[in-house]
Ligand binder design. Sequence first.
Ligand code: NAD
Length: 370
Amino acid sequence: MPLKPDIERPEPERRRVGYALVGLGKLTAEELVPAARTSDHAYVAALVTSEPDKGVAFARVHDLTEGDVYTYEDFERLAEREDVEAVYIVLPNAQHREYVERAARMGKHVLCEKPLGMNAQDAQAMVDACREAGVLLMTAYRCQYTPQHWAARDAVQGGRLGAVKLLDAIHGQVEDDPEAWRLKRDLAGGGPLPDVGIYCLNTLRFVLGTEPEWVFAALHQPQGDERFREVEESLSFMLGFPGGIIANGLTSYGTHKTATLRVLGEEGTVLMDPAYTYQGLSLTISDGAGDFQPSLPDEDQFGLELDHFARCIREGQQPWTPGEEGVQDHRIMDAMYQSARTGQVVRLERVEGKDAFRGTPPQVPGREEG
Ligand code: NAD
């Protein structure tokens, strides 16, 4: 199936948004390029890679041409490509800021993989750069676009569970390659927390719609395991949300794959297991009447986020998960590391209101409001 838009429809407002994908790793090749094929509003217009031969071979298979392949050195030539309206940064975390800023300087809108940066200061600089350049910035939090996560949030916020008391989120997997960039502090910014634990943190904030007031965390970095010379193997955190709601999170690079979310209310519970996988998200809502598993479409999550950002570009609206949403997770993760270092609870800046860092709600398949 072609990746190019229907060129018979030239009106700019109807044209799909062309993305340049920056970084030709596993996520780009196996998820993003196939996802673009399912997208109604987006398509892949260009690729940026350090290996042009590999890029050209890949491009040919996917109906792009040699001229659609760029290297990091000639990245700025994308400025000449009017059909490239958005740039999607899919590089190791330490490179996000540089490429977001370079894309913004070219006047391109930017979708950036999670975590947005290396820490809150780094991420805030990216938000500022995009604001100054007048371009949109979205953090690629795919889970905030799925029907299952919205159904969980609707159950929590719609009162179906009664008063919510406790939440618990776990995301762990084994990282066994000691050379992986994910285990290098200078490239990743931390261990499992900014990579997979961030899903726990971000989903807890998303389902409640409020911001934590304090955080406490502990981590373990085993001695003598070459994988964990620079970053933690495991981290456990506790967050205090307004109204006395307490949330726990566990994340690790040393455990069998686990990806769960549980919300405990006075009159009901939500269980998602798995909660953060690319496919097969499972949601059970339990209350006095029994256990319900709503029938919801298993959408391509990357397609949903590509579409949402494309619509925001066309309509000039702030995305649901803008750069500010990514900065807030960094503030809280920075506080988690501080708490783990000092053994103290860290108070966070008070944030009033609902969805304080979010923009225009996405259209969610199978959901009435949207
Ligand atoms: P990857 O290891 O597959 O590499 C991505 C690109 O970076 C490739 O072009 C690769 O050549 C280059 N690269 C790899 N190691 C490098 C190094 N040491 N120095 C310089 N360049 C290097 O990475 P990935 O798994 O695609 O992750 C890229 C980004 O996407 C990360 O920010 C990650 O957190 C994010 N990610 C998100 C999801 C999701 O579900 N949203 C899933 C996986 C990765």
